[in-house]
Every structure is written in structure tokens, then in C-alpha cells.
Design a protein around this ligand. Structure first.
Ligand code: GTP
Ligand code: MG
Length: 444
């Protein structure tokens, strides 16, 4: 176990009491949970843990070899069936372990058919024998709170459960096996990036004003490396990509074209879309949260104003903004004004309705990508541009890589603080990343 895993008691945060209560409940009795993500996968894995879990599963398990789990050597796989009242619930492979690192207790893993029905029947049968059905997220959280796994391992387990991208898998598996990221952050944290240069920084901590010391310089470089290698974030957590622009330019049509189905209403009447609509789609194997909302900039009625407010709120969270112009009519000055106000790093301008005769474009939009949501022209290219912007490259799974937004944001915060000469604030951000300090955020 890593050192960070042993000091989580102070990371309990506001919901400390409730969490301690649920941890106490998790420490007694025999528990059962579905360990794999919900869905139509081929295999579902059920975990049963607590003293006597082998004996409890033996009440329902009939091994082909006739062996009982509780009597088989620990770690041995047994093939057989789960049978209740003479009815076979499923064909399974089970394995008993003296202790499992996540649960900290005797554990039985049951591999049954996927799809949900088999797992439901088995869990109900185990519950009838006295096992308590438990949320797997809570069990993982308790493993972190009780110091059996580290905060970054918790991130990796969460990420692995929901990971839709095969490119990110090696990073997550390598982290669970080799702890590249955790070791690197631990190393930077231990170096205590601070110096004794004169003066004091704004948070009145040991001084770094003027020039940074050696350890701090090294920390800045190491954190920059980690941030540069954070390509896996976009593979693990679908990033919000927001389609915006004036009413009627074809935002919803582009949303449907990217989603590959008629998900939202498209109509010639301006102001058709009111609510924010979202859908997770895969672009070049990268999961993306695509968002469509009302057109902005021309709202007149109360409802249009409200819809525009919703759209602006969604805009604030966007990792990428597709700003759509209608190429069949002249671009308005107010449109350009709004376009210029947005963060240019996040912007992808798009000229839609390329199938129609084109109106003249302002100079600053020359060379902008043209698409037609109606005919599909340029949509494939748009998919690739979005994917490339969100996850510009794949990296080496053997190198430390940040793989969640939480990790990337805290690394960025540490970097900003160290670059501004605020050593303690930098250390705090790294400490939160390792789950050491209040505010490290249970379950985030
Ligand atoms: N010719 C042509 N028409 C398009 C294209 N894309 C959208 N349209 C038409 O433009 C009109 C508006 O399309 P929407 O997708 O509803 O536009 P929107 O920007 O979502 O509109 P609001 O939700 O009202 O802001 C509809 O009549 C569409 O059929 C295109 O590429 N070519
Ligand atoms: Mg619309």
C-alpha cells in the first residue's frame, strides 16, 4: 500500500459523520455488490465479502468438481452453478480469496453471465441467505477512507468502471498495477518545492518570490510534463462540446448529424430549441458529451430570454465550443461580436449550409471549415477535428499520465501556484491530489 493510502482520515470532509457511519456498516456482516459497470457486457462480476463469505456462497454454489469454496485453496477458480431451491440460476466461475485489498476481508468473486438478469437473481439469492447488497462505489470509497487503497487508485477504479475508450484502458490498468502517476506526484510532493529566497508570497508562506528555487523549478517542470501527458482525460471522462450560434443557423441539425440520428427537433422557425439537450457520442473512439441549446444573441420573448440564459450557462462549462454560422446569409456584426467574446482556445468556427449559394464571408472567417448538416458534407472532417482537439495524441502508458479532470485541474492549480511563487498553495493542491488534505473531495 502506498503511504498516501494510510492517511485518509483527515480527508473525510463535511460529510464525515455520515461517511463514518456507512463505513462502520460496511465493516460488519457479509456484503455483496456488482463490481462491473452496468450494461450488456458478456460477463458480470459479483463480489461477496466479509468473514464467512465462502461458506455463505457455498450454500448456493455447486461446483462441477464437488469442492466447496471454503475448503478449496485460496485463489483457486472453481467452475459450477448457482442453484437455489433446485433451480439453476446461472453457470458461474468462482474464486475465494483470504483477503481482498479493496474490501479488507475474505472475499468471493463470482463471474456470471452479463446483461443484468443473472446477477440480479444471484444477488437476491445471496441476500435471502443474509448478505447485504451494497453499492460498489461506496465499497470503493470506504476502501480509500480506511486506507486500503490510495486516492489515485480510487480514481482509477472509478474510471475503469465507466471507461468507454479502449485507448485509455492501458493507462488505467498500468496505474492500478504500477502506480506511475501516484509515485510521480508523491516524488514531487516529497521534494517540498520551496526555497528560502527573501520575501514572502501572498499567502504568507515560505518565500518563493523573485526566483524559484531548485526544487520548485524541478516541480514546475515535472508538473508541466504530467499536464502535457494528460491526453487520457478526454478518453476517460466525456468532455462537454457545446454547439452554439445565432438562431436558425443549423445547430440542432449539426447535433443530429454528429449524433448520427434525429435526436433533436430541427425546424425552419428560429427559436426552435429551448432546453439544453445532451448526448454522449463516440468520435474517433473518444467519448464526447455533445450539447445543443437555444440560439443566442437575438432573444425577444421571455421564454427565449430564459432559453438563452440556459445556453450561456452551458457555454461556461464547455471544453470545446462549436460556433455555427449560416453561410447562406451575410454574417451579422452582432454575431461576430459574440464570437470574438468567447475563449478562442476553445472555439471551432463552422460555416453551415454549404450546399446553398454562399454569401460573402468576413475576412476573419476566411478559411473556416464548411459543412452541410443537410447533405453530410464536411461532417466526417468535423468529427476528426473535434476528436483531435480534445485528445491530440495518445501517450505512452508506461509514463505517468493524469487521467481525470480532478487530477488535471489540481495539477494545473499546483502549477499556477508554484509559478506564482506560492509554495504552500502548490503543495496543498498536490496533497489534495493524493487525498491527503481536507477538500480532496470524497468521491470526486
Ligand atoms: N440547406 C440547408 N439547410 C439547413 C442545413 N442545416 C440546417 N438547415 C435548415 O435550417 C433550419 C434551422 O435548422 P436547425 O437545425 O433547427 O437550426 P438551429 O440553429 O438549431 O435553430 P434554433 O434551435 O431555432 O436556434 C431548418 O429548416 C433546417 O432544415 C444545411 O446544412 N443546409
Ligand atoms: Mg436548434
Amino acid at each position: 500500500m502506498t503511504e498516501s493510502a494510510s492517511t485518509n482520515a483527515d480527508a473525510t470532509g463535511d460529510s464525515g459523520l455520515a461517511s463514518l457511519e456507512s463505513q462502520a456498516q460496511l465493516s460488519c456482516g457479509i456484503h455483496v455488490t456488482v463490481a462491473t459497470a452496468p450494461g450488456l457486457g458478456g460477463i458480470t462480476e459479483i463480489h461477496v465479502w466479509g468473514k464467512g463469505s465462502g461458506k455463505l456462497v457455498d450454500l448456493l454454489f455447486q461446483a462441477r468438481s464437488g469442492k466447496a469454496i471454503a475448503k478449496a485453496p485460496a485463489g483457486r477458480f472453481l467452475y459450477g452453478h448457482i442453484v437455489k431451491d433446485g433451480v439453476v440460476l446461472d453457470e458461474v466461475i468462482v474464486r475465494g480469496k483470504e483477503t481482498d485489498r479493496i474490501y479488507g476481508a475474505e472475499t468471493v468473486q463470482i463471474g456470471c453471465h452479463g446483461g443484468g438478469a443473472a446477477a440480479r437473481a444471484i444477488i437476491d439469492a445471496l441476500a435471502a441467505e443474509g448478505a447485504l447488497e451494497t453499492d460498489s462505489e461506496k465499497a470503493l470509497e470506504a476502501a480509500w477512507q480506511q486506507g486500503r487503497i490510495s486516492r489515485i487508485e480510487l480514481d482509477a477504479h472509478h474510471a475503469l468502471k465507466g471507461c468507454a475508450s479502449e485507448r485509455a484502458l492501458p493507462v488505467l490498468l498500468a496505474e492500478l498495477d504500477k502506480h506511475h502517476l501516484e509515485r510521480e506526484i508523491e516524488r514531487i510532493y516529497r521534494q517540498k518545492p520551496r526555497t528560502s529566497v527573501r520575501g514572502s508570497d501572498a499567502d504568507n508562506t515560505p518565500a518563493l518570490s523573485g526566483k524559484r528555487g531548485g526544487a520548485s523549478e524541478a516541480a514546475v517542470l515535472a508538473i508541466r510534463d504530467l499536464l502535457e501527458n494528460s491526453w487520457a482525460v478526454a478518453h476517460v471522462e466525456p468532455q462537454p462540446v457545446f454547439i452554439t450560434g445565432f438562431p436558425n443557423v443549423g445547430k440542432s441539425s449539426i447535433f443530429n448529424a454528429l449524433a448520427g440520428r434525429e435526436r433533436v427537433i430541427v425546424h425552419e422557425t428560429p427559436g426552435t430549441t429551448r432546453d439544453v439537450v445532451e448526448e454522449v457520442i463516440l468520435l474517433d473512439k473518444i467519448p464526447v458529451r455533445l450539447l445543443d441549446a437555444a440560439g443566442v444573441g437575438e432573444s425577444k420573448t421571455e421564454i427565449e430570454k430564459l432559453a438563452e440564459e440556459f445556453a450561456f450557462r452551458a457555454l461556461d462549462e464547455a471544453a470545446l465550443i462549436l460556433f455555427v454560422f449560416d453561410g447562406s446569409r451575410p454574417v451579422k456584426e452582432t454575431e461576430l461580436k459574440l464570437y470574438r467574446q468567447l475563449d478562442s482556445e476553445l472555439l471551432i468556427p463552422i460555416i453551415n449550409k454549404a450546399d446553398l449559394a454562399r454569401s460573402e464571408l468576413p475576412e476573419e472567417l476566411s478559411g473556416t471549415m464548411e459543412v452541410s448538416a443537410l447533405t453530410g458534407q464536411g461532417i466526417e472532417q468535423l468529427r476528426s477535428v473535434i476528436a483531435a482537439k480534445l485528445a491530440p495524441q495518445s501517450g505512452d502508458a508506461a509514463k505517468p499520465a493524469a487521467f481525470t479532470v480532478r487530477q488535471r485541474d489540481l495539477l494545473q492549480r499546483a502549477l499556477n501556484a508554484l509559478e506564482a511563487g506560492k509554495a504552500i498553495a502548490g503543495l496543498e493542491a498536490l496533497g489534495q491530489l493524493l487525498g491527503r488534505l481536507p477538500g480532496s473531495g470524497r468521491g470526486k
